[in-house]
Design a binder for this molecule. Structure first.
Ligand code: SF4
Length: 296
């Protein structure tokens, strides 16, 4: 079955979810088709903050020609340290028609990017699926990359099977109390691990084309937080034990205190080199040797 055929089956199912919204684990139950909004403050029309060519994602994602990034407004989580909080929590962006979203995808393809990179897309999945159908009909043929916070329902991820080629989820926390305190996300660790397992089931390990750019597969991101409140040791061990020690991990060190983190120690400071070194050691202990470690 082609992606267009799959989409024709999935779009009605996805649209139905908007009538009593259960796209994400918040399960708000609001009718977004009549303009009601839930936790993510998102209505019926997709809201987009920016569409641009991104050169600084992981090397196989950006490649030489960049990743065609579409950054959606609002979010299903509320991280107190979010670097993009004006977009994710204050709703900066513009509501657009689905046809314009399809046009954005085609415009990025015309710039020769390697993929279409959908950032924070979960609360707009039905609208994105419809835009993809329109864009595929007009010749979109790039890998579709799903770049998300990892707080996802398995049933919602199943709507993306055969459509998304590359998953790029966060595994933010190894501890539920921290996830609740810092992102307002209950039961994060079990929900996150189940979602990543489903993504891995769909696309498997990362595979690259002859130029070294991503064609298909899973990359998991983990941002190490000050004071190790991200539960780095636990989350890396779980990823290795429950999914695969061969998975590609992006272990990120670039934390800085954005948004309300400045008033919430230990998140009010940057990472110490000793903390990142501890995370790197945890990565080696877990046997996660594929992926990217940064400088600090
Ligand atoms: S997508 Fe938004 S409205 Fe729907 S369940 Fe999640 S937070 Fe609630």
């Amino acid at each position: 079955m082609t992606k267009i055929h799959i989409l024709r089956e999935r779009i009605p199912v996805a649209n139905k979810l908007l009538e009593a919204c259960s796209l994400c684990p918040r399960l708000c139950g609001v009718n977004r088709t009549t303009g009601e909004t839930g936790f993510c403050r998102s209505g019926l029309r997709p809201k987009v903050a920016s569409a641009y060519v991104h050169y600084w994602e992981e090397p196989p994602v950006s490649g030489e020609r960049g990743s065609g990034t579409i950054f959606f407004s609002n979010c299903t989580q509320r991280c107190i340290f979010c670097q993009n909080y004006p977009i994710s929590q204050l709703g900066v962006g513009r509501e657009i028609e689905i046809e314009e979203l399809a046009y954005m995808m085609l415009s990025l393809q015309a710039k020769k990017v390697h993929n279409i990179n959908l950032v924070t897309p979960t609360h707009f999945i039905p609208q994105i699926l419809k835009a993809l159908e329109l864009a595929f009909q007009e010749g979109l043929n790039l890998p579709i990359l799903y770049n998300c916070g990892g707080y996802e329902r398995v049933a919602t991820m199943q709507l993306l099977e055969g459509i998304v080629d590359i998953y790029l989820p966060d595994a933010k926390y190894g501890d539920d109390a921290a996830a609740l305190s810092y992102s307002g996300s209950a039961c994060y660790t079990a929900i996150n691990m189940a979602a990543i397992k489903e993504m891995y089931r769909q696309v498997g390990n990362l595979s690259l084309d002859e130029d070294g750019t991503a064609e298909r597969g899973l990359i998991v991101r983990h941002l190490v937080l000050p004071g190790m409140v991200s539960g780095t040791e636990q989350v890396l061990k779980r990823l290795s034990d429950e999914i695969s020690s061969g998975l590609y991990l992006s272990l990120m060190s670039q934390y800085f205190p954005a948004h309300s983190a400045k008033a919430n120690p230990p998140l009010d400071r940057k990472l110490k080199p000793s903390e990142y070194e501890r995370a790197v050691q945890a990565c080696h202990r877990a046997g996660l040797d594929n992926g990217w470690i940064q400088e600090l």
